[in-house]
Design a binder for this molecule. Structure first.
Ligand code: AP5
Ligand code: MG
Length: 190
């Protein structure tokens, strides 16, 4: 199986590039942000709890997030592999993912880091906020999301370097150039 972690700050292009990767490699796509937004839309108990945290730019607790991810993973059938978008976001989540995959004699094939400067992230997310109305795409919440990313999520770069899976991609510029770089990184590992 081809298991890809697509990684980067809010607005770095994880969702955009995931769609292209899914199309090329026929993978299943698990976006934990999309899962949570669907729960919010359904007004479930989980959705109501998640909304408060998401609107404040904070992470959902690890144990809850890991069990949501595990349920999504277990529900897949005949999968060629998975692109993990927005997960893991903490070292505890990365360790849990490795354990889950190892249980099935699988592992992460590559962790693709999309590197984009903060001023560009802010511009992209404010623009998307105007167009799509995503509740966490406002200046105040974006700033909090970036702080949380820098403090809790960016240490995963080192974690994946130590695990031998980290691939650096310059995420600034043309969509197709970025995608070609991602494909080259993935193909060098399969
Ligand atoms: P999540 O939904 O994962 O949001 P995020 O990480 O903040 O990232 P985004 O989805 O905003 O950006 P993206 O990198 O996907 O970029 P996109 O392709 O959309 O998480 C939301 C919240 O849920 C979290 O804050 C947290 O509260 C919670 N959560 C989720 N997972 C969790 C977990 N594992 N643990 C705990 N909590 C969790 O692109 C952004 C915009 O830029 C788009 O408009 C796009 O068109 C544009 N764009 C893309 N590429 C380019 C380019 N090359 N040039 C110009 N514009 C571009
Ligand atoms: Mg996204």
């Amino acid at each position: 199986m081809l298991n890809i972690v697509i990684f980067g700050a809010p607005g770095s292009g994880k969702g955009t590039q995931s769609e292209k990767i899914v199309e090329k490699y026929g993978l299943d796509h698990i976006s934990t942000g999309d899962v949570l937004r669907a729960e919010i839309k359904a007004d479930s108990e989980l959705g109501r709890a998640a909304k408060q945290l998401i609107d404040n730019g904070q992470l959902i607790p690890d144990d809850l997030m890991v069990s949501i991810l595990e349920a999504k993973l277990n529900a897949l059938t005949d999968s060629k592999g998975v692109i993990f978008d927005g997960f893991p976001r903490t070292i505890a989540q990365a360790e849990a993912l490795k354990k889950m995959l190892n249980k099935h004699a699988e592992d992460v094939t590559a962790m693709i880091e999309l590197d984009v400067p903060e001023d560009e992230l802010m511009t992209r997310l404010l623009l998307r906020g105007q167009a799509s109305g995503r509740a966490d795409d406002n200046e105040e919440t974006i700033k909090k999301r970036l702080i949380v990313y820098n403090e809790q999520t960016s240490p995963l770069k080192e974690w994946y370097k130590n695990d031998g899976k980290h691939c650096y991609i310059n995420g600034l510029g043309e969509l197709d150039r970025i995608f070609n770089d991602i494909v080259a990184a993935i193909d060098s590992r399969i």
